[in-house]
Write a protein that binds this ligand. Sequence first.
Ligand code: DSN
Length: 433
Amino acid sequence: MNYPHIQHEDSEIYDAIEGEEKRQREGLELIPSENYVSQAVREAMASALTNKYSEGYPGKRYYGGQEFTDQVERIAIERAKHLFGASHANVQPLGGANANIAAYMALMEPGDTVLGMDLSHGGHLTHGHPVTYISKIFNFVRYKMKDVETGEIDYDALRETALKEKPKVILAGFSAYPRELEWQKIADIAKEVGAYAMADVAHIAGLIAGGSQKNPFDYGFDVMTTTTHKTLRGPRGGMILVNEKTGRGMAAEDAERAETIAKKIDKAVFPGLQGGPHMHQIAAKAIAFREALQPSFKTYAKQVVENAAAMAEVFKAHNVRMLTGGTSNHLILADVFGSLEISGNDAETLLDRAGITLNKNSIADDTRKPMDPSGIRFGTPAMTTRGLGTKESKEIAEIMIEVLQKRDDATVTAAKEKVRLIAEAHPVPESFA
Ligand code: DSN
């Protein structure tokens, strides 16, 4: 993309943007929550829609001049519903955190309880980490994995906790869990204790949309929250979806229940939590949803999972411990401190020097500090967008292991050149239409 006006008017920012463009072009992006969007998505983000205030919802706004913004938001809503089989979509959340907070506000009163995944077992900050304000408003209790070597969730303990704590919401979702959840078991427990079943699918939304992972709505979940910029490959943003086919009662009762939830969610997003929606971002979401509705997105989602499995194979062959023993989705959590005697932070820095970007990550019940934990987390959504397949995935995993084992300058320099050649041979595509 060219930025002639920025270049002419603000060279400091221009240099930083150019630097980032080059970094993304020449390196390999393995942060599992990142991706490359199409030029069409980027054009929408830079469009005149950024100038507009549109508080409210299509047909019911607090400002004039909404002819085109209404059109954009209605299209985004319809595509989102279609993509996930939802009865309602709110496409206004500015990010995943906002989507989660708005969903909590819609489904609960202050002081109510949420039963969610333990944060050190793959949950997310917005699932009630003590550093967040939301943790002071709602009461968060936890479930965990039964066995960190297989990733199996302790569903019996989950049920017992649900019976004891009587949560208003059972939250299923994660930002560092490499396996698929048993959605049905969680939905059944929610039904048994009269809780809402909420899934935070931020990491796997694209895999669900592409048919490579199960859709929680097919198992009776009430609400899904997600970001739009991870595997879904859209602009940075969030979204909340509602399901009317929960099977909790007769179809008409379920539809009424879903409608009530939908109204509460819309109110919670605006005016409850946010002001004017970012209409340029909503247009970009609509474009990404259209891209995800194409048959080629199914191929993409399948390849993301196959590439992650190929990388896990290499790590396994080198006896590097992976939490849950491997992966069934797009990400891998490796215990590099336990297996290679290098901390997560040092591994991140070393691989950065070799042109491979990933993130340090705590592992389950980590005894090390979050800024220098035992693990690294990496994944395949962005590299798969570049057209890399299982052969290159294995090659990259081998490069990573060699760098982490040897750590000397010559190895890092040689790795960086290999990475540059792989990246050069697989430029980021401009279009997925
Ligand atoms: N920061 C995101 C991630 O990397 O998973 C979650 O919000």
